[in-house]
Design a binder for this molecule. Structure first.
Ligand code: NDP
Length: 262
């Protein structure tokens, strides 16, 4: 199977950690040039230096900003245009989940969560759309299984994610035939947010393996474990590639079987 990333330019938001970083690495190994962003400049710099060492200076572009800063996103797109003159793939990955029930979600929390989930897609898509159209490129949105299977302790996040899925479906029609728009629905992937929850576990004597094992069992994941970020990245890289050239408006769940829908 030919992914066709040689000579391609990819943009990955939230590329300094977890699923985003794994995606950056998979794309670089497949031959793409990759531009990544994240808010924490120090961590992004450290990551970018390692990526440049491993793949070459000319293959990596990194800039610190929030994807919720529309002007910064637009400037980033202009930087990519100036440096590489094209964008073949946009991976909208930046973000995090919010744990709260309806009772514990304030109005401001609702607004902030909807802003994060929707505008972390909208601003980059607006900014990169012209380049994506001329490249006949692709957008892959990183979303969550919660969009279809809400959890009571993640009411706000689940509902915002359902809205994102709906918007992506519309975009897959509006941007066709120039740009393919697909999404990946993550189950539980062992990355930044779970590392933080593990670090904050109530009983600090519980080992990493036991904590993750119990989590997988409690959630009823048929494959019996959390996913590795590389497993998520492989799905993203496939959907964004020429190998998926007849797929648009689709969602691929990477959840170890946690998705109960037919
Ligand atoms: P990580 O915390 O490991 O990585 C998140 C990345 O996004 C970091 O690089 C972070 O860097 C960046 N980021 C966060 N907010 C912003 C922002 N506003 N602007 C720019 N960059 C930002 O998390 P994961 O890899 O686990 O998550 C990646 C995506 O997958 C997220 O959207 C998450 O919600 C989603 N997801 C993950 C699941 C999982 O089980 N891991 C399950 C379902 C969905 P910095 O903090 O420096 O900005």
């Amino acid at each position: 199977m030919q992914l066709g990333y040689e000579d391609a330019v990819a943009v990955v938001t939230g590329g300094s950690s977890g699923i985003g970083l794994a995606t950056v690495r998979v794309l670089l190994r497949a031959g793409a040039r990759v531009a990544l962003c994240a808010r924490n400049a120090g961590r992004l710099d450290d990551v970018a230096n390692i990526l440049r060492r491993d793949h070459g200076d000319d293959k990596v572009m990194a800039k610190p900003f929030s994807v919720l800063d529309e002007g910064a996103v637009a400037t980033f797109a202009a930087d990519v245009q100036d440096r590489w003159g094209q964008c073949d793939l946009l991976v909208n990955n930046a973000g995090q989940g919010r744990q709260s029930t309806f009772a514990t979600t304030s109005n401001d929390d609702w607004r902030a969560e909807y802003e994060l989930k929707l505008f972390s897609q909208i601003y980059p898509i607006r900014a990169f759309e012209p380049m994506l159209r001329s490249a006949k490129g692709a957008i892959v949105a990183v979303n969550s299984l919660l969009a279809y299977q809400p959890e009571p302790h993640m009411v706000c996040t689940s509902s915002a994610r359902a809205g994102v899925q709906n918007m992506l479906k519309s975009l897959s029609v509006e941007l066709a035939p120039d740009v393919r728009v697909n999404s990946v629905l993550m189950g539980l992937i062992e990355s930044g947010q779970w590392t933080r929850r593990f670090a904050a576990r109530q009983d600090q004597s519980v080992s990493r393996a036991d904590w993750y094992g119990a989590l997988a069992q409690r959630k009823g994941i048929p494959l019996g474990r959390l996913g590795d970020p590389v497993e998520a990245a492989n799905a993203i890289a496939f959907l964004g590639s020429r190998a998926a050239s007849y797929i648009t408006g689709a969602q691929l769940d990477v959840s170890g079987g946690l998705n109960r829908h037919i």
